[in-house]
Design a protein around this ligand. Structure first.
Ligand code: AHR
Length: 659
């Protein structure tokens, strides 16, 4: 239906004479302007809303290493004779469970895991179960592994089951693959100790790091990502991938800050950390929100490479979250006090880029990637402000620059989008010669309407802009509705227009589990089996997939006054693909006819339009209805080097004309 409407509008308006109120968009098509950086549009990843464990990271079991604290059995139900012990094989995750035979004919010993809001299984898909186990007394025992529907009406709760025989008194990894005969959002995993000498025997088995992964992960990696979610990232064609956050970099306390060195090496020995978002909001409290770090810095670098984005890690600058802690809880602002943070930066550069004979380069090679990851950018500090930050970031970035002049350093202007702290933040970053400054703005529609020319007056001699976290939140209603996303599209035209000064932009946050979110809106929502790309996701994707290589000067006959709704447009050239790309956004409640003149070129080839209809204010893509809003493609007829079209109310259209 939609497609038909666009075709009709386009064809109809091509035949119509230009009326006085029509919009003419003049594009200097033969004069390629500033270069649009390949990093221009990208992805901001943070483990908020169960984005890592329970989200992108493929692990299906919660608390696999029994390290959740204070309850080491959180996520597990234990039955029979179960004891938590702490002298296990992995020094950084020392807890494990001893299962001893129940010693009674009708009693059993075992464990049951609830997954993250259940375990999502797909019919006929395979799941790899693994466990580190030993039989301390040297007597072989069997572990029965079952996938179950605990609350169903069927006679048997289990629907697939396999046995693992544990024979050694040394810790060893055992694994089996289970094929699920059914699709379920909320299965459980159950483990029975089946003593070789019967239920009332005296068998003992120790178990540790119990894991269940889909075999079919993104790119088939064993410690891999959930496929549909990674695919959604790839499909955006992002130019940059920022990780691991956000506030999570800072932590709620110095001890719980994100420390990348804890996230590399064998997954079994990556020490668990509290998630900063576990308790941030008492009205959305998640006592079981931890970071297993199974998705760690190696996996982030690899994923960046696989989705074609430049990796952009952000590291702690010796400060915890200023909102939560004021100015008292930071590392001393001296070179000695900040040494661990400086080392973290320089060692990370070695981990990413260093020769395989260096300490950290060797680890990268051992983990499977001898070739360097070609790290070019490093963020130092997230969303911090004023003197406590300025002092520390200077010491840390001076030291990093000295060791690695090739790395571009990204500072921050703090959480404000304007005002005193924002201004002094920018001044400090200029003085310190940061390469880019990370700006954040989660703002309402009125703010966005007033910022449609935000970057026109930015200083061209200072650091470049990284719009590192932004989203249009409507007044109080913070779910993803189309009515807010249209302003993100209009605003992004100004990013593109000013590509000489804006080098990166990433919408935030990225992911949210429908049962475990702390912050919304977000670009992609999911439950245990399904995912939905929101209208904001599609806005990002359309910009990123069609970002071009050079800005083309674009003028409108009826420019929209500041703070008002209207028609907005910006063009670019893709010299590699041989395309003129014109993006047009109509934020009004009425349709507008628009004529695009590609000036300075003699002819153009085939033209197509990709339209995102954001006119139904409350409409959103959900896991139940993921395709309510999707881009629609249609052919369009040009009139020489002019393109006439009608842009329906609240629509975003990308016009692509072949050279
Ligand atoms: O994106 C959610 C949070 O917003 C980020 O963690 C933080 O940087 C900002 O305040």
């Amino acid at each position: 239906m939609k497609l038909k409407k666009i075709l009709l509008c386009a064809a109809f308006s091509a035949a119509m004479p230009l009326a006085a109120q029509d919009n003419v968009v003049t594009v200097e098509a033969a004069k390629p302007g500033s270069v649009i950086q390949p990093t221009m549009y990208g992805i901001f990843f943070e483990d908020i809303n169960y984005a890592a464990d329970g989200g992108l990271y493929g692990e299906l079991l919660k608390n696999r290493s029994f390290e959740f604290s204070p309850d080491h059995l959180m996520g597990w139900q234990a039955f029979g004779k179960v004891e938590v012990k702490n002298d296990g094989p992995f020094d950084k995750n020392p807890h494990y469970v001893r299962l001893s035979c129940a010693g009674h004919n009708d009693m059993w010993t075992g464990l049951q895991n609830e997954g993250f809001f259940g375990i999502g299984l797909k019919r006929d898909a395979e799941y790899r179960f693994s466990v580190w186990a030993r039989v301390p007394e040297g007597k072989a025992q069997t572990l029965r592994v079952q996938l179950i529907n605990e609350y169903g009406l069927e006679e048997h709760q289990e629907f697939v089951s396999k046995d693992i025989k544990v024979t050694s008194s040394d810790w060893k990894k055992y694994s089996v693959v289970l094929k699920s005969p059914r699709t379920m959002q909320d299965a459980n995993l159950r483990l029975f100790l089946c003593s070789e000498r019967g239920r009332n025997g005296d068998g003992v088995m120790d178990v540790e790091h119990i894991s269940l992964f889909p075999v079919d992960t993104w790119m088939g990696h064993e410690n891999g990502m959930r496929k549909d979610l990674a695919q959604a990232l790839y499909d955006m064609r992002p130019g940059v991938f920022r990780f691991p956050g956000g506030c999570i970099v800072e932590g709620a306390t110095m001890d719980t800050r994100y420390q990348w060195k804890n996230t590399v090496g064998p997954v079994e020995n990556r020490p668990l950390n509290k998630n900063r978002w576990e308790s941030t909001f008492t009205y959305r409290y998640y006592p079981d929100y931890f970071q297993s770090y199974g998705l760690g810095f190696y996996e982030y670098f690899l994923l960046s490479e696989e989705i074609g984005a430049e990796p952009l890690p952000v590291l702690n600058v010796g400060m915890v979250c200023q909102f939560q802690n004021g100015d008292d809880a930071h590392a001393p602002a001296t070179e000695a006090g900040l040494k661990p943070f400086i080392d973290d930066c320089n060692d990370l550069i070695e981990f990413a880029n260093g020769d395989v004979n260096t300490k950290w380069g060797k680890l990268r090679a051992e983990m499977g990637h001898p070739a360097p990851f070609n790290l070019k950018f490093l963020g130092i500090g997230n969303e911090q402000w004023a003197d406590p930050y300025f002092k520390r970031v200077k010491i840390v970035s001076d030291a990093v620059r000295k060791a690695h002049p090739e790395i571009k350093i990204i500072g921050t202007s703090g959480p404000d989008s304007e005002g005193h702290n924002f201004d002094i933040g920018w001044e400090a970053m200029k003085e310190q010669k940061a390469d880019l400054v990370d700006e954040h703005f989660y703002r309402n529609i009125d703010w966005f309407k007033n910022q449609m020319n935000r970057y026109d007056e930015y200083d061209r001699k200072g650091p470049k802009v990284f719009a590192g976290e932004y989203a249009c939140h409507d007044k109080g209603k913070k779910y993803n509705h189309a009515g807010a996303s249209i302003y993100e599209a209009a605003f992004m035209l100004n990013l593109e227009k000013n590509a000489d000064v804006v080098h990166m932009a990433t919408y935030a946050p990225l992911f949210a589990h429908v049962k475990g979110w702390q912050w919304r809106p977000d670009a992609i929502w999911y439950d245990n089996l399904r995912s939905a790309r929101t209208a904001s996701y599609w806005v990002q994707a359309l910009f990123s997939q069609n970002k071009g290589t050079n800005v083309l000067t674009t003028s409108l006959s009826n420019p929209t006054p500041k703070g008002e709704d209207g028609v907005f447009a910006q063009a670019c050239l893709d010299s590699k693909k041989g395309e003129y790309i014109v993006k047009v956004v109509n934020t009004q409640e009425k349709a507008e006819s628009v004529r695009i003149d590609l000036k300075g070129v003699k002819k153009i080839g085939a033209v197509k339009a990709i339209t995102l209809d954001l006119s139904d204010y409350d409409l959103e893509n959900t896991v139940d209805n993921p395709n309510a809003i999707t881009p629609q493609e249609s052919a369009i007829k040009a009139d020489g080097t002019s393109i006439n079209l009608t842009v329906p109310a609240k629509n975003f259209i990308v016009i692509i004309a072949n050279k």
